[in-house]
Structure formats: C-alpha cells, structure tokens
Design a protein. Structure first.
Length: 161
C-alpha cells in the first residue's frame, strides 16, 4: 500500500493549506487559518480540482475533530501557546518575498509587530537567535514568537512580494 501523499502550501496572511491525496486517489485539503479556524475541503472523485464540499470549523471544533482523529496531533506550524497569550509559529519565507536576500534587521519585525524571530531553519541547519545582520533566504522557515496578532502581522510582512 503506497503512503498517502501530503503537501503543504503557505498562504501568506491566511495560514497554511494541507493537501492530501489518498490511496484511492481522493483529494482532500485543510486550510489552517491563522485565527485557529480550519476549512476542510473534499474534492470530486471524477474531477480532483472541483470542490464537492467545504466545511468551515471554528478553532474549538477543529480541535475536537483533531482529538477524534489523532489525540496526540499537534499542528506542525503552531509550536506552543501559553496562558500568557503568546504563540510560537513556523512561517516559511516565500522565494518571491520582498525580504529574500535582505537582512533580518531590515524587516523591523520586533519594532513593528512586537513579534520576534527566535530561530531560522534553513535546509538541514538551525540558526538560533539570528542577529539583525542575518541574511534571509527564500525557503527559510522562521520561528516567530509573539502575540497572535503580532505573529499574524509578522506573517503578512514576510509574505510581502
């Protein structure tokens, strides 16, 4: 039995879309919105590009569904939340981003959003606490910590083309 095919697509300012093609060649997708809600889409069997059903779930509804499917599941982008109202999230820097090849300090991330880039994942390397003179590269995954609003603002800045 072949493994299911899963792909992810960053949706700057929105969240992340997860696409799954099942062993029966059925196409499903889930859009993980930055506000915690999810949209589950089921595509037609005769046309995998035509959506047959779309269901929007609130954050708590999505959590209940995830708990039913796999109790130990955690979103690969949402790393941690605390009672202090902080979140840590992975944000991929698109190759088409305005910031591709520019210095981290030029983003004014902490000043403008209150969110901090605490690490950068580049290929097989992890760069903790990147300095303002760190040069960003398309495809980098940035670990951003801040309030939900700050992280959303950071994602919008990083997705700028």
């Amino acid at each position: 039995m072949p493994a299911p095919r899963m792909s992810t697509t960053p949706l700057p300012g929105i969240g992340v879309r997860y696409d799954l093609t099942t062993r029966d060649r059925r196409h499903l997708s889930v859009v993980a919105h930055r506000d915690g809600s999810r949209t589950v889409n089921v595509y037609r069997a005769d046309d995998p590009d035509a959506c047959a059903q779309s269901l929007r779930l609130t954050g708590p509804e999505a959590t209940s569904l995830v708990d039913a499917l796999m109790p130990t599941h955690h979103s690969p982008n949402l790393l941690h939340t605390t009672d202090l109202g902080l979140v840590a999230e992975r944000i991929e820097l698109p190759v088409t981003s305005h910031w591709n090849g520019r210095l981290l300090g030029e983003t004014r991330m902490r000043t403008d959003t209150g969110a901090s880039i605490v690490a950068v994942l580049r290929r097989a390397d992890a760069i903790p606490s990147p300095a303002p003179d760190f040069r960003l590269s398309g495809g980098d995954t940035l670990i951003v910590i801040g309030t939900r609003e700050g992280v959303e603002a950071a994602a919008a800045i990083l997705g700028r083309e």
